[in-house]
Design a protein around this ligand. Structure first.
Ligand SMILES: NC(=O)c1ccc[n+]([C@@H]2O[C@H](COP(=O)([O-])OP(=O)(O)OC[C@H]3O[C@@H](n4cnc5c(N)ncnc54)[C@H](OP(=O)(O)O)[C@@H]3O)[C@@H](O)[C@H]2O)c1
Length: 261
């Protein structure tokens, strides 16, 4: 059995991908910035799956040199990848409000360039071996434009388009590529973004667990689906969001007005 490289594996969906893929007998290469959190995930998985070999790579994927350094480390260790899960991501700056362009640029590198470069550097070996699975974690936010957004929705739309194009490019060569599109999911994502209150202001039936989202993501890429919308509710809403007749219902409210205080 080969290995799975998972970015953003120190928490949330990435840590869950690590648990589920270890359960399938894959060795793991876990990437994130926080090595203490990565070590906790490693210890927990080793206690359940002692035969799984786990390599940790500390990397900031908003640094443009990270994907090349990660790919070199994988090649030098002679690790054969069967799975690539581009999962690392976060909420980011707001385009027309936050004036520090460097922050925008770093965010775009994390959300789009790093994913593209890891596919570019790691997929050719999968194609040569005739086997590979690539899951790029996008979002239902990438399925429709909304006003008042930061780069989050547009960057996820890119990840979906990239995944569809790659899936077509490698069709019939043993490599499946999927964009996994979750809706609201219980992870650290909203707390990290300072948006904990969203859980109290949105109905609980909009929220799914990481276990279910990841299980559906793995099932979807195994079945060769280019776009995997997770969660029954979001699968039901998705065709409506793609319809020209109903898209206006889902449009956002535009840029928030400046505070009157
Ligand atoms: N939760 C949701 O409702 C939801 C919905 C749709 C899509 N998603 C997507 O799901 C993916 C995983 O998010 P999550 O919900 O699991 O959030 P999370 O619990 O906050 O985990 C985010 C992961 O990304 C890593 N990360 C963030 N910035 C990074 C950077 N600059 N370099 C390297 N790693 C970085 C974090 O690790 P370190 O901080 O240790 O670096 C962490 O492991 C994201 O792409 C997100 O956009 C989430």
């Amino acid at each position: 059995m080969g290995a799975a490289l998972i970015t953003g594996a120190s928490a949330g969906l990435g840590a869950e991908f690590a648990r589920q893929l270890a359960g399938r007998g894959l060795d793991l290469v876990l990437v994130a910035r926080r090595t203490d959190k990565l070590s906790e995930v490693k210890l927990q998985i080793e206690s359940e799956h002692p035969s799984v070999s786990i390599t940790l790579i500390s990397a900031d994927l908003s640094d443009p040199s990270s994907p090349e350094a990660i790919a070199m480390q994988v090649k030098e260790a002679g690790i054969q990848l069967h799975y690539l899960v581009n999962n690392a991501g976060a909420s980011g700056p707001v385009l027309l409000q936050d004036s520090d362009w460097q922050a925008h640029q770093s965010y775009l590198i994390l959300m789009m360039t790093s994913i593209t470069e890891l596919c570019h550097r790691l997929m050719p070996d999968m194609i040569a071996a005739g086997y590979g699975r690539v899951v790029n974690v996008a979002s239902v936010a990438g399925r429709i434009a909304s006003g008042g957004d930061n780069h989050y929705g547009p960057s996820k739309a890119y990840v979906i388009a990239l995944s569809e194009a790659l899936a077509l490019t490698v069709k019939g060569r043993g490599v499946n590529v999927s964009a996994l599109c979750p809706g609201f999911t219980h992870t650290d994502f909203h707390a990290t973004a300072g948006m904990e209150s969203i859980k109290n202001t949105t109905p609980s039936w909009l929220w799914y667990g990481a276990e279910e989202v990841v299980r559906e993501g793995i099932d979807g890429v195994e079945r060769g689906k280019a776009i995997v919308v997770s969660g029954r509710l979001y699968r039901w809403l998705d065709p409506l969001m793609q319809s020209v007749w109903t898209r206006w219902i889902f449009k956002g409210q535009g840029m928030p007005q400046p505070s009157q205080d």
